[in-house]
Ligand binder design. Structure first.
Ligand SMILES: NC(=O)c1ccc[n+]([C@@H]2O[C@H](COP(=O)([O-])OP(=O)(O)OC[C@H]3O[C@@H](n4cnc5c(N)ncnc54)[C@H](O)[C@@H]3O)[C@@H](O)[C@H]2O)c1
Length: 339
């Protein structure tokens, strides 16, 4: 395949960013868009000189695309990805890939059966700094992990409802949870506290928490803590820190800066990569060549990250520690039995 014809389903803020990025990918051509907001789809189609379709089904049946980006909000995947897979169209599914483990596991099975190239929106994996961190930690004994996602409240109305967004950890801090899984290993157990401290003053109808703290263990035996809040208007951070007896490693600013301190070095490396561009380049090249190995976060991996964040929601709701039975996307999560 010389050129990859790309369609975009759900053309909101993230999709438009992908479209600007895809313009820089030589082998990609945006051939189709759709949105339930048809006026928005027509506007985006005119701006980016492409074709607007009336629905996802019409877009997928048009014969106009080899691959699609699904960029609808988490509550609005409605089997869209499974429909993409059934038609043998290649898929990049934005994070989080859904809000329900049964649904995303069924989609994962459809993707496997179809054998399509599949990717998810965990773009930070494509940073050279994150790759360096992963390589550095491969033979290290990790003692403790600290993660943070601190910032203000996103504007989208759907974000403020748990049943629509899943809350901050599922929708936003999922990037840092995925980063922990990627560089430090799989989660084993999670205890969580979620509280509403300010959000209802601004949005009385909101039911998402605006402060959240997790304590967790990894399968390696390491222990960790993760703090996230969306009430902080004056200070932001998106960091993962990893501690060992003989090293300290930090991925700061979503992983764009890496610091490693050990007996031989104290180095700080800043990435020059545009992670969205690297992600799209890898996806388009994978589709063009049929090489799934170019993808650093496939759909199954995204399912495993979703499993961790939904387990944290369950832990916060029940007040119990949730044990993750395995790293596998097809294994169920279970709560601690009453003892
Ligand atoms: N990877 C990242 O760094 C990153 C950053 C921001 C957002 N995202 C993810 O991208 C997704 C979209 O986020 P956003 O900020 O662009 O949201 P948004 O609200 O700006 O856009 C969503 C769009 O989807 C449309 N839509 C809703 N249901 C639809 C359906 N059934 N069919 C077609 N279109 C539909 C809406 O009309 C809207 O235009 C979310 O999953 C979000 O988590 C990822």
């Amino acid at each position: 395949m010389e050129q990859v014809r790309v369609g975009i389903i759900g053309v909101g803020g993230m999709a438009e960013h992908h479209m600007k990025t895809l313009r820089q990918v030589e082998r990609a051509q945006i051939t189709a868009v759709c949105d339930i907001n048809r006026e928005r789809a027509r506007h985006i189609a005119a701006t980016y000189e492409t074709t607007a379709f009336e629905s996802a089904e019409e877009l997928l049946d048009s014969g106009a695309v080899d691959a699609v980006y699904v960029c609808t909000p988490p509550f609005a995947r409605n089997g869209i990805e499974a429909g993409v897979a059934r038609r043998g169209i290649h898929l990049l599914s934005e994070k989080p890939v859904g809000l329900n483990m049964d649904e995303v596991r069924a989609t994962a099975a459809a993707i496997k059966q179809a054998g399509i190239i599949n990717s998810s929106g965990y773009c930070l994996r494509y940073l050279d700094t994150v790759q360096k961190a992963k390589a550095y930690l491969v033979d290290k004994q990790i003692g403790m992990v600290l993660g943070y996602r601190i910032g203000g409240l996103p504007g989208a109305e759907w974000w403020r409802k748990m049943e629509l967004s899943g809350g901050q950890l599922v929708e936003m801090s999922t990037h840092q949870v995925d980063q922990i899984r990627y560089v430090a290993g799989e989660f084993a157990s999670i205890h969580a506290i979620h509280e509403q401290r300010n959000i209802r003053n601004q949005y009385p109808e909101a039911d998402v928490y605006d402060v959240g703290v997790l304590s967790f263990t990894l399968q390696s035996g390491a222990a960790g803590n993760f703090c996230n809040t969306s009430l902080s208007r004056h200070f932001g951070r998106a960091d993962v820190e990893v501690f060992g007896h003989d090293f300290y490693l930090a991925l700061n600013g979503n992983g764009t800066t890496l610091r490693i301190v050990d007996d031989e070095q104290d180095i700080t490396v800043k990435s020059k990569y545009d992670f969205y561009l690297e992600q799209s380049r890898a996806f388009v090249e994978a589709v063009r060549t049929g090489n799934q190995q170019l993808i650093l976060c496939d759909y199954n991996e995204a399912v495993s990250t979703l499993e961790v964040t939904l387990a944290a929601n369950e832990a916060a709701k029940t007040g119990k520690t949730v044990f993750l039975s395995s790293a596998s996307a097809v294994q169920p999560t279970r709560s601690e039995p009453d003892a």
